[in-house]
Design a protein around this ligand. Structure first.
Ligand code: IPM
Ligand code: MG
Length: 372
């Protein structure tokens, strides 16, 4: 019996999580385990009604779970950034989910926009650092004649940036990226362990040629960590170059480890080469704590309640969840069932089919139960 928390969130989030839950329950039936779900009402509706994003109670309750199944957040009634930062990023940071695991794999029967490439060429995993870099939230905006005091204090780092900035500009804005030795080491170690199992190559992404302080440290730690893994073949790619190679030679990649912001960017590119955002899952992992599994797409508010959203990314995220809790056979069966639904053409409109969200999901659940 597993206890799993769900946060449907906004827009299409609740529908796709509902469908995902049914598929995981089907996997439970087939592989003899049970799931007890606890649904959390977190998202735009509650925020608009009460002003609450994440409460202390939410965090205390969620902490009891090893895995959270997350839909999507974002709503046209709320200014961009509030829900994203106040809920999604807050959860990732609060639970110290330092690995953002994003498989980029072209499933059988899915079309990629890359000419001449198929499932054999597009099969790698991006390990995105998930708690540092430009996502730490240190920044500000200042207007002319406003006193410029760039002293920034945060509990965690307690850094004082005693910068003297003289500027005639009408307004300035700044944002500071922070990379730590420990933060780089732990996520890179995770990537090395994965690369060791997959036995091909580990690529590290940075921009150490220009942003040489933050990504210089990242690269230095990578070089050190590599010494502990003599069997793992490694290489460096600058982030601009890797976007080029993802398109031209995706078959070169196996495991890719990247700082947070570059990871955000290159995984949207990755999602496109694996057939679109409707097919791209992600796991936010804290190996010793509370992890969270989600589709990497957003909440698509204009499709809310219309039964048109593609549930595959969420179902696949459910497979990552199963893998995380140790049900690896069930996890594999879920992905096989997704592939079967694609082969049989029981897919949503974005993939050229005519099934609604619920029907496409129910078909996958059926395939899991039947074991094909
Ligand atoms: C993602 C998203 C988020 C991110 C946003 C919504 C905060 O783009 O999961 O990739 O930037 O990490
Ligand atoms: Mg993103």
């Amino acid at each position: 019996m597993y206890k799993i928390a769900t946060i449907g969130g906004d827009g299409i989030g609740p529908e796709i999580v509902d469908v995902g839950k049914k598929v995981l329950e089907a996997a439970g039936e087939k592989f003899s385990f049970e799931i007890e779900w606890t649904d959390f009402d977190i998202g735009a509706d509650r925020y608009l009604a009460t002003g609450e994003l994440l409460t202390e109670d939410d965090l205390t309750d969620l902490k009891e779970f090893k895995a959270l199944y997350f839909g999507a957040i974002g709503d046209e009634r709320v200014k961009p950034g509030i829900l994203e930062k106040g809920i999604l990023l807050a959860l990732r940071f609060h639970f110290d989910q330092y690995v953002n695991l994003r498989p980029i794999r072209l499933l059988d029967g899915v079309e990629t926009p890359l000419a001449g490439k198929g499932p054999a060429e597009i099969d790698f995993v991006v390990v995105r650092e998930n708690t540092e870099d430009f996502y730490v939230g240190i920044g500000s905006r200042l207007q002319k004649h406003q006193k410029i005091d760039l002293t920034v204090g945060r509990d965690l780092y307690n850094v004082k940036f005693g910068l003297d900035v003289e500027s005639d500009a009408e307004e300035i804005a700044y944002q500071i990226g922070v990379i730590t030795r420990e933060g780089s080491r732990r996520v890179q170690t995770y990537a090395f362990d994965l690369a060791k199992r997959r036995e091909r190559i580990l690529t590290s992404v940075d921009k150490a040629n220009v942003l040489s302080d933050v990504y210089g440290l990242w690269r230095e730690v990578f070089t050190e960590t590599a010494k502990r893994y003599p069997d793992v073949k490694t290489e460096f790619n600058y982030v601009d170059a890797i976007t080029m190679w993802f398109v031209k030679n995706p078959e070169w990649f196996d495991v890719v480890v990247t700082p947070n912001m570059f990871g955000d960017i290159i995984t949207d590119l990755g999602a496109m080469i694996q057939g679109g955002l409707g097919l791209a899952p992600g796991g936010n992992i804290n190996p010793g704590g509370t992890s969270m599994f989600e589709p990497i797409h957003g909440s698509a508010p204009k499709y809310r309640g219309m039964d048109v959203a593609n549930p595959i990314a969420t179902i696949w995220a459910g497979s990552l969840l199963l893998d995380h809790i140790g049900e690896d056979e069930a996890a594999t069966a879920v992905v096989s069932a997704i592939e079967k639904s694609i082969r049989d053409g029981v897919v949503t409109k974005d993939m050229g089919g005519s099934a609604g969200t619920a029907k496409a999901g129910a078909y996958i659940a059926e395939c899991v139960k039947k074991g094909k």
